[in-house]
Design a binder for this molecule. Structure first.
Ligand code: DAH
Length: 344
């Protein structure tokens, strides 16, 4: 009898260790149920010799308690009852989550600056225009009045997709957003609306420059174009000054330096006094070029330069971001080290 009890206890404890919720129910009726093994053993007690009864009875009780305890423990381990019969931990959907913070993604600093710039210009009445990154040299050079012999057209300084020696209008990755000036003017003429046009166009440009602290083979520019009757250089300067104050603050200082671009006449370089490093005084930084749209560009688009005049500008977005956020090296903007980006 004692051997039987030992066997029952042993097999019961072995089986229960591996039981899932369903097996646990079966286990309970097998061992502890009314027709279970323990009840059967109890029924056999009456046949045990009288002098052995106390010891056997005591052992019976021990085994019963051991099995009941094992059942309770196993049920708790499986998540208890009252879980809709589903195994696993009880879920309280109203409990706050255990994970304290989810790292939320956000837009890259260049995209944020781009949108901020567009926003500032939108308040001054500029609409947003888009042009393709895969361009051709007609839009990138010829129609911007950049002649064939101009050094900017050298194959070594551009990402040509077609061989310029073999193809008439070779495709290329645009090297400047000024291409969009042509596309916008063409569209305006083609759809019959014509000038006035007042647009900004942000986007990527590509140049095979060696990467260093201030250069990259891909960067972003924002182009501006305003063509209307009676637009003058004073309008250009006012617009740039208003932009600088709106974006960099009331004390923003700007200056225009005479320069040359084939598609503007006169042309200027646009500088702003900004602090590039927290430990250095503000310095003049060139943000881009600007000028009055060259009459040859307007004529090429079918627009009469006697009636319409315009100004244009093109800035480097990275430059502006670096100035605004005191970022000393352009590479930091492209390495995408989250520890850096999180600080912006
Ligand atoms: N496209 C010129 C560049 O990438 C910048 C520029 C100069 C744009 C003068 C203009 C402009 O619109 O009028 O260097």
């Amino acid at each position: 009898m004692l051997d039987t009890l030992n066997q029952i206890e042993q097999s019961a404890l072995t089986e229960i260790a591996a039981a899932d919720a369903e097996a646990l129910d079966t286990w309970k009726s097998t061992y502890l149920g009314n027709k279970g093994k323990l009840k059967a053993a109890m029924a056999g007690l009456k046949d045990v010799p009288k002098e052995d009864k106390p010891a056997v009875g005591k052992r019976l009780n021990e085994v019963k308690q051991a099995l009941e305890a094992a059942h309770k423990a196993r049920r708790a381990a499986l998540g208890g009852s009252g879980n809709g019969g589903v195994a696993g931990p009880k879920l309280d959907m109203t409990e706050p989550g255990l994970i304290e913070s989810h790292a939320l993604g956000r837009r890259h600093i260049i995209m944020r600056v781009r949108d901020e710039l567009v926003e500032v210009f939108a308040r001054m009445g500029f609409e947003v225009a888009q042009g393709p990154e895969l361009e051709d040299d007609a839009h990138n050079f010829i129609r911007l009045n950049i002649p064939p012999e101009h050094p900017a057209r050298e194959p070594i300084d551009n990402f040509y997709v077609d061989n310029p020696a073999k193809v008439d209008t070779p495709r290329m990755m645009r090297s400047q957003t000024s291409t969009v000036q042509i596309r916008v003017l063409d569209d305006a003429v083609a759809n019959g609306s014509g000038p006035p046009v007042k647009v900004v166009s942000p986007g990527r440009v590509y140049r095979p420059d060696t990467v260093d602290a201030t250069h990259s083979f891909m960067f972003h520019q924002i182009e501006g174009l305003y063509v209307d009757r009676g637009v003058t250089m004073a309008d250009l300067k006012t617009t740039l000054f208003q932009f600088a104050r709106a974006y960099f603050g009331e004390d923003a200082e700007i200056r225009l330096r005479p320069s040359f671009f084939p598609f503007t006449e006169p042309s200027a370089e646009f500088d702003m006094k900004i602090q590039l490093r927290p430990d250095q005084p503000p310095q003049w930084v060139e943000l881009g070029g600007c000028g009055m749209v060259d009459p040859a560009v307007l004529t090429g688009c079918g627009i009469d330069p006697e009636e319409w005049t315009g100004f244009a500008f093109g800035f480097g977005i990275e430059r502006i971001a670096m100035g605004r956020y005191s970022i000393p090296d352009i590479r930091m903007l492209f390495e995408n080290d989250v520890r850096f980006l999180e600080q912006l």
